[in-house]
Design a protein around this ligand. Structure first.
Ligand code: SAH
Ligand code: SF4
Ligand code: F3S
Length: 440
């Protein structure tokens, strides 16, 4: 009857929005607070500290924070010592303004200030004063040890933070600051430590992993090679790749280390029209992108690609949108993540005068998904009767769940849990998002 008990005095609950960076940051916050004698709890009503780890990449982020805070009104009335804070990209973007706009909030903690969270929270509690800590650290090198309380089979490891690309639609360079990389040896040591705690698969994380650069120690291809050769990790993935920085050296390393490096590549294109790509400041044309895709499939014939697409970017005509549609015929994307363009504060594109009407964006998004859905069903059928190596991550009610090297989610029945093991599975039925099969 945990829920009926009084919330623990040091219970802390964090709700998480946005990308994997935020998921990792949430885990870091829980770990740091646990070291400071807080107790992570699984629902807000068990907590005396609630943190909203926010995302501002698309529509109405401040509104989402405000409405979540509103849901805690009753709790705050019941427990006046309950402290509510905002972390993540909305916190970094709005800073002290959030405290004014949402009076129920007690603190704001920026994306570069997570390690100061225990101190800030203790001050908020002991001084009973509101606090804002949201300054970028422009001085120190980026050095962190991954903090995960209970690493499972698959784990994420930050290799770089921030972004210097300033795509004209994107708020991330403003919410995550300038790009900085961890040293190669630090990442290698971190991954090895995780393997010693049972982790079998790591995903190396950065806003643009291909521009990873460790002073004196090399680029992303060197890092991938080092993690593969110098650790006991069994599988390596990475995300996100920027097409402009994707090069042959990386394809070669993926190829020569394919026993560990998975052949799944998320390669966000954003648009299939060269003019729109230029206005987005992406640094490549449609043709450049298609050349990179060719290079990938030449070096890695079994590669699986996914992408991100924005529809209705300012100035996107019907013809320009059709260039994005036709790209789907030219590039085999097994998964697409598509979004309506949403103007973001500080960004250049928000000031472009040729914004596309909401209804047009909506229609284009639907047409894009309709087209991709039809293709994805056909792509999925190609998996039927194939045998794939599945790294099992979960076991429930006699069913194992895991992923193939190509990042396909696979379910199969089993008497044994097989968690953390690689099992060969023959696929019987295949849908775009999941495959079902049996052990061979
Ligand atoms: N660093 C990654 C992207 C991070 S944001 C990269 O460069 O690919 C994740 C995705 O959100 C982007 O790829 C883009 O498709 C989408 N996105 C970002 N800003 C957006 C905006 N203002 N409106 C709509 N979608 C956006
Ligand atoms: Fe945003 Fe572009 Fe940086 Fe990706 S590369 S985070 S889309 S600015
Ligand atoms: Fe969102 Fe920030 Fe990630 S804006 S997508 S949480 S980097």
């Amino acid at each position: 009857m945990e829920n009926e008990a009084q919330p623990e005095l040091k219970g802390v609950y964090i709700s998480t929005y946005g990308c994997q960076m935020n998921v990792n940051d949430t885990e870091r916050m829980y770990s740091l607070l646990e070291m400071d004698n807080y107790t992570p709890v699984t629902s807000a009503d068990q907590a005396r500290t609630i943190i909203i780890n926010s995302c501002s990449v698309r529509e109405k982020p401040v509104h989402k924070v405000r409405s979540e805070v509103g849901r805690y009104r009753k709790l705050k009335d019941q427990y006046p010592d309950l402290k509510i804070g905002v972390a993540g990209c909305v916190a970094q973007q709005e800073k002290a303004k959030l405290l004014k706009d949402i009076p129920m909030l007690d603190f704001v903690i920026g994306t570069d200030n997570i390690d100061e969270l225990p101190k800030v929270l203790n001050e908020v509690k002991s001084e009973n004063e509101k606090k804002v800590q949201a300054k970028f650290d422009h001085q120190s090198a980026y050095s962190v040890e991954t903090l995960i309380r209970n690493p499972g089979i698959a784990s994420f490891v930050n290799i770089a933070k921030g972004c210097d690309n300033f795509c004209t639609f994107c708020v991330v360079p403003f919410t995550r600051g300038r790009e900085r990389s961890r040293t190669l040896q630090e990442v290698v040591a971190d991954v090895q430590k995780l393997t010693e705690r049972g982790v079998k698969e790591v995903t190396l994380l950065g806003q643009n992993v291909n521009s990873y650069l460790s002073s004196c120690e090399g680029n992303f291809a060197h890092l991938l090679k080092a993690v593969s050769e110098q650790t006991d990790i069994e599988r390596i993935r990475y995300t996100t790749s920027h097409p402009k920085d994707f090069n042959e050296e990386l394809v070669d390393v993926m190829n020569s280390h394919n026993a560990k490096v998975c052949e799944y590549i998320h390669l966000p294109v954003q648009s299939g029209n060269t003019e729109i790509l230029a206005r987005m400041n992406r640094g490549y044309s449609r043709e450049d992108y298609l050349k990179k895709v060719d290079m990938i499939f030449k070096g890695l014939p079994n590669a699986v690609l996914s992408t991100d697409i924005i529809v209705g970017f300012p100035g996107e005509t019907e013809a320009a949108f059709e260039d994005t549609l036709s790209l789907l015929d030219e590039v085999r994307y097994e998964t697409i993540y598509a979004f309506k363009y949403s103007p973001r504060p500080f960004t250049k594109a928000a000031r472009f005068t040729d914004q596309v009407p909401e209804q047009v964006k909506k229609d284009r998004l639907q047409r894009l998904f309709d087209k991709h859905n039809a293709l994805a069903f056909d792509y999925a059928k190609d998996y039927e009767n194939k045998v794939l190596e599945i790294l099992v991550e979960e076991f429930n009610d006699g069913v194992c769940r895991g992923r193939s090297t190509q990042n396909k989610v696979v379910h199969f029945k089993s008497d044994l849990p097989h968690i953390g093991e690689k099992v060969m599975v023959k696929i019987n039925t295949a849908f775009p998002q999941t495959l079902r099969g049996e052990k061979v």
